[in-house]
Structures are given as structure tokens and as C-alpha cells.
Design a protein around this ligand. Sequence first.
Ligand code: FES
Ligand code: FES
Length: 176
Amino acid sequence: MSETPSSNDPGQAGFCRVNTVARLEVPAGESLLEWLRDTADCVDVRKGCDTGHCGACAVLVDGVPVKSCSVLAQEAGARDVHTLAGLSLLDQPATQAVLAAAEQRQPFQCGYCMPAFMLAAIALLQDTPDPTDAQIRDAFAGLLCRCTGYLPIVDMIGLAARLLRGASPGGDGRTA
Ligand code: FES
Ligand code: FES
């Protein structure tokens, strides 16, 4: 989980594209989290600690999970921002696999952490369709879940990976 969009490309202030539907002007001095929720109407982006510790505010910036409370909106300039509720990710196989696995496994309880874990899972499977348990846990580093103990979420991603690779949804789907 990154706290900056990219270490070697600061982006360009001005406009960014949110969920592919619009290029929106980004302000100076406002966090990406505040701007997404208050201006871009992306209220699916969760505000947790607001200090970079819980990961609940994660979004994808150019496909990379980023803690949006730890990033200035300006840093998203000239980039693509995706939130879970934006339908922009839906036509991607990794997204469909993660959604199907989540529906089958129902791994979340209160669900506050859910968007962040789902986005991290989508980003992982887009690059790594056959992840190991260690890779799944690495992808979830920096994301806190106060309810589940993480094992159901890790298991769900294992199933999503199997679905992505074409295994039967009714199969075991558990991680090795
Ligand atoms: S709200 Fe951003 S890390 Fe907790
Ligand atoms: S399901 Fe409640 S915080 Fe994760």
C-alpha cells in the first residue's frame, strides 16, 4: 500500500480523471481523500484514521493502491483515480473475479474496510493472477480490519484468483 502515487513522477497539478467519467480540477492544499468525498462525490472512499495508519481510504491511482488521506489531491493531477463504487473497473476480469469471490465467501463483517481490501485485491490480481498467500498478505500490508482476523479475506482472494484463472466457482477455491 503506497502513500504516494509514484515516487519518481509527481504528476501534474490541474485535472485528474475519477472513475473515467470526468476530468476534474484538483485544488491545492486539500487531501485526495477530502477532495474525493467532498467535491467528487466519491463517498464510497472511507475516512478512518485520517493519519495514514488504517488504509480504509485507499483508492487506485493509475492502478496502484494509495492511501488517499496521505496524498494531496494535487498529486493526482493528470492521473486516473478509481474508487470501488465507480463502475469504471467493472469490465475488468480481476474485478469480476473479486466481486464473485466476495459474494460467495462473504468475508467482511462491518464492511468499513471492504473497499480498500477489494481495490487492493483487484490491483494484485491484475498484475499477479496466481498469487501466493505471502503475496496476498503483502498486498494487504497497511490495511487494517478490526473484525475478521484477515483469514476470510485472504481466503476470498485465493478464490478470486482461481476464478480469474478459470476454475469453477463451485470448487474449493481455498488458498494453499
Ligand atoms: S483514513 Fe487514510 S489511512 Fe486511515
Ligand atoms: S470488516 Fe469491519 S473493519 Fe473489516
